[in-house]
Design a protein around this ligand. Structure first.
Ligand SMILES: Cc1ncc(COP(=O)(O)O)c(C=O)c1O
Length: 411
């Protein structure tokens, strides 16, 4: 079994260690929930303050031009593109994840008008199902969602399939799907792909163009540390730009927004995926986190995130035995995204007790505890200390206190 001194040695040798000082982390907290909401990058606070005081306060409406507000979705999209294997001009940072999924799936269906089936993983984060169910109902053209699980995906892709809309790293188990292989199978069947990268961007290397992906979406508030509710991203491969159409065609996706024409004419390129006026302060807040993720070496990021997850599993299995935890994530790091999921029938009060002790993870019904291993600010010693506290909570039975049993609105 590893000793704490060995974790300390790993921290000293960590090539990403310097990134930790870029974050504003509260004292006394081990933050293992960057897979849900990343912490505050120090420069984000300064950037938002500048956007409020100087750009809004002094620049007023002139800032749409002078502070680059109008181009912000494209500028941030271009910044992020390299991290995800896209080219400049293929990505935007705009709108919410769900809205981007709506636009991307609608655009993909529109490119395959004679096919009616959308393949999705039923256990995916529910909003994806709800958004596509809403789209299907709204279109009312006889589309059908074929829900499958990981093992059945390839068999579900046949000549009737229009779109395969999947999440690369599963929100609960963290299992990874083979983006390249599934995309190739979809293309061989004549279908298009829409990849959700919410749990991949900033945690797992992604190469959209190498994988041949058609569309992709994802949030910036998890491993990209963009802030609560920060705008999401959307990718469309350049080969689709000329033909793609999306139904939320607002003035920002018009070819000449300031001509104020009566009728819609789509913009060229990725701007076609925009809709309307953007949340500029939230975009300003997201810049610093995206920049940090792009600055970090993607291979080092993945290596460290995997090592932190492996260490957590190894310490859990050697130091928290006999308390009923089961590993829900793949044991092999290559098959896993950035977090590790455990199940326990009393997962909710255990997680609450852990949070009170200063280790923040989260709980997903009915019995999953999630621990995120974001490599830019976590240390190996954080993993060691988190497992020590978990062991203590289980051995003392502190999680059974009445105050941990009350279920709150947000778990
Ligand atoms: C896979 C996945 N898709 C989408 C979302 C959320 O979408 P939105 O940002 O629109 O709420 C999440 C949130 O955790 C998610 O895990």
């Amino acid at each position: 079994m590893m000793m704490r001194e060995q974790a300390e040695a790993l921290d000293r040798a960590d090539p990403l260690a310097a990134f930790r000082q870029e974050f504003s982390l509260p004292d006394g907290v081990i933050y293992l929930n960057g897979n849900s909401l990343g912490p505050l990058p120090a420069r984000a606070a300064a950037r938002v303050a500048e956007a409020v005081a100087r750009e809004w306060g002094e620049g007023l409406i002139r800032s749409w031009n002078s502070a680059g507000w109008y181009m912000a979705p494209r500028r941030l999209g271009d910044n992020l593109a390299g991290l995800l294997g896209a080219e400049p001009g293929e990505m935007l940072v705009t709108d919410a994840t769900g809205l981007n999924l709506f636009k991307a799936v609608a655009a993909a269906l529109d490119l395959r008008p004679d096919r009616k089936v959308i393949v999705m993983e039923g256990s995916n984060f529910p909003t994806n199902n709800y958004i596509v169910q809403g789209l299907v109902r709204f279109l009312d053209r006889g589309h059908e969602i074929r829900f499958v699980e990981k093992a059945g995906i390839l068999d579900a892709i046949g000549p009737d399939v229009a779109v395969v809309a999947l999440t690369h790293a599963h929100y609960k188990t963290a299992h990874l799907l083979d983006m390249k292989g599934i995309t190739a199978a979809a293309h061989a069947a004549g279908a298009l792909t829409v990849w959700d990268l919410c749990h991949s961007a900033g945690a797992v290397p992604v190469d959209l163009n190498k994988a041949g992906a058609d569309f992709a979406i994802g949030c910036t508030y998890k491993y990209l540390n963009g802030g609560p509710g920060s705008p999401a991203f959307i990718f469309a491969a350049r080969r689709h730009h000329a033909a793609m159409r999306q139904p939320l065609s607002g003035w920002w996706s018009h070819t000449a927004p300031f001509a104020f024409d009566r009728d819609f004419q789509p913009a060229d390129g990725i701007a076609r995926m925009l809709t309307g006026t953007q949340p500029i302060l939230s975009l300003a807040g997201a810049e610093a986190g995206i920049d940090l993720a792009c600055r970090a070496d993607a291979a080092q990021t993945r290596t460290k995130s995997s090592a932190l997850g492996d260490l957590f599993i190894q310490l859990l299995e050697s130091r928290v035995t006999g308390h009923g935890f089961k590993l829900e994530s793949p044991r092999l790091a290559v098959e896993r995204g950035g977090h590790v999921a455990l199940t326990h029938p009393k997962g909710y009060p255990i997680m609450k007790a852990l949070i009170e002790a200063g280790v923040i993870g989260d709980f997903r019904a009915p019995d999953t505890l999630r621990f995120g291993f974001s490599p830019l600010y976590l240390r190996y010693t954080d993993v060691w200390d988190a497992v020590t506290l978990l062991a203590e909570i289980m051995e003392t039975g502190r999680w059974q206190d009445a105050r941990f049993q009350q279920v709150e609105a947000v778990t």
